[in-house]
Design a binder for this molecule. Structure first.
Ligand SMILES: [Cu+2]
Length: 485
């Protein structure tokens, strides 16, 4: 990567904090918390027009991002959403399909779309300041790419803390070569919710960062293994597919059938523990990659993670429950298979230990990274704290830390150390990483006081973001660039 390109990296993701206004980092665009551009934009290359692969079709859609009012189930809230629904319109494609998605920005702020978990060409990754200019109010932007790898994904806004509004939705890519051993599937999107309840996510961010530094020494952690301190955002609600537990969404099916649950944690500041009353869950995929099937009663799901689960449906009405890590409240949906008129909800699931974590899964052989020597090592030290609220990678917030660099074709090992008292779901754009157990993921929950070596092959040139999937953490600095030399 030449220096002129290099000098243009940074500044687009993290938007708060004095480092931004200090002007030490050149950037193509900078957005204030209200999304207003602070600098003129500069051109990025227009990605080439594409065609579907042989046998594929075109999945074409315009998503209109706009302020709207949504019904969480008896509770109306003002928020920002895609095409007036929350979650946004689910996109379903097959391997080889061409997705041609236009974002129509009717928001009063700049925005962009990121395709979380997809290793796309750099130009359609949707990271403002790194791969495109953010889309100004009234603007439109075309994202066009061919679906390559089957799996369960998430798409959403990648500016500020917009992801914590209603600007997110599911994306599934089916594999024609793998029909799957199930009768039906259901997409389950988990979220933590504050927007329109008297506060917006931007209000929350302002309040967090307005916290004055304590004069005393940093208070000790009240950590409980494995994920440490809970998030700092006080969410009044937790949702499944945009609905409150008081008015839960229902899946209706027949007893004896096998259901594939595609579970997506779209939350910002919440790790969930998920279980289904009266049922065992068999984990089959993590972040879209096949794993050796693993049965459990419950599992942890960090922000941005996706797990596919098989459930053999019993007869009745059963709660699907997602409990936030060390926070009160819960998200809930129902699975109904009974034909009776007045269903009795089955018992709430017992969250008996142990709850399954990604570290306990084994990849399917098809998902393993090929064995080869590591060419280059890099350290990522996740730092910072909730008081005063600010997060770093390698000792500095995004824009003031040095990009990780790699040559195309290298095997890179990222040694990620979490030096904070809470877990962070580390997300890498454009690539997937292999955990020590071989599991391939694009979002890895890093518990406090641990170091996890993650391996990846540098096969997708460009400038990429590595960041905490918690947008409050990313916005206040927990991000770094990965650049190809
Ligand atoms: Cu974080």
């Amino acid at each position: 990567m030449d220096t002129s390109r290099r000098s243009l990296i940074g500044g687009g993701l993290a938007i708060t904090g004095t480092w931004l206004l200090g002007g030490c980092v050149p950037a193509r665009t900078r957005s204030g918390p209200d999304g207003a551009s602070l600098q003129p934009t500069m051109p990025y290359p227009t990605p080439p027009r594409l065609a579907p692969a042989a046998g594929g079709t075109v999945v074409e859609k315009t998503l209109r991002a706009a302020p709207t009012t949504v019904d969480l189930g008896g509770l109306l809230v003002d928020t920002w959403a895609y095409s007036d629904v929350m979650p946004g319109p689910g996109l379903d494609a097959r391997v080889g399909d061409l997705l041609r998605i236009t974002l129509d920005n009717q928001l009063p702020a700049d925005t962009s779309l990121h395709w979380h978990g997809l290793a796309l060409p750099n130009g359609v990754d949707g990271a403002p300041g790194m791969t495109q200019n953010s889309i100004a109010p009234g603007g439109r932007h075309l994202y066009e790419f061919v679906a390559q790898r089957p799996g369960t994904y998430l798409y959403g806004a990648h500016v500020g803390v917009q992801l914590d509004r209603g600007l997110y939705a599911s994306l599934t890519i089916a594999d024609p070569a793998e029909p799957g051993d199930y009768d039906d599937e259901w997409i389950v999107v988990l979220d933590d919710w504050v927007d329109g309840t008297g506060r917006t996510p931007d209000d929350v961010l302002r309040a967090l960062t307005a916290t004055r530094p304590t004069t005393s020494a940093q208070t000790g952690s009240t950590s409980t293994a494995p994920f440490g301190d809970p998030g700092r955002v006080n969410y009044p609600y937790y949702l499944v597919n945009g609905a409150l537990p008081a008015a839960p969404v229902s899946y209706r099916g027949r007893p004896g059938r096998r259901l594939r649950l595609r579970v997506i944690n779209a939350a910002s500041d919440t790790i969930f523990t998920l279980a289904v009353g009266g049922h065992r869950l068999t984990v089959t995929h993590a972040d879209g990659f096949r794993v050796a099937p693993r049965e459990t009663a419950a599992l942890h799901i960090g922000q941005g993670e996706r797990y596919d689960l098989l459930v053999n449906l019993g007869d009745g009405v059963f709660p699907l429950v997602a409990r936030p890590w060390r926070r009160p409240g819960q998200a809930m949906a129902l699975i109904r298979t009974t034909t009776g008129m007045a269903p009795a909800v089955g018992r709430l699931p017992e969250f008996t230990k142990p709850v399954l974590q990604a570290t306990e899964l084994t990849p399917d052989d098809s998902a393993r990274l090929p064995g080869r020597p590591t060419d280059v090592f890099a350290r990522l030290r996740l730092g910072g704290q909730a008081d005063p609220y600010g997060w770093t990678i390698n000792g500095a917030p995004f824009g003031r830390n040095n990009p990780i660099t790699v040559f195309q074709g290298q095997r890179l090992q990222l040694d990620v150390t979490n030096a904070t008292t809470s877990a962070h779901p580390l997300h890498l754009h454009g690539h997937t990483m292999a955990m020590p157990n071989g599991l391939r993921k694009d979002t890895v929950l890093i518990p406090p006081s641990t170091t996890i070596p993650l391996q990846l092959d540098a096969t997708n040139p460009g400038a990429w973001s590595i960041h905490c999937q918690n947008p409050y953490h990313a916005e206040t600095g927990m991000a770094i660039a990965l650049e190809y030399r």
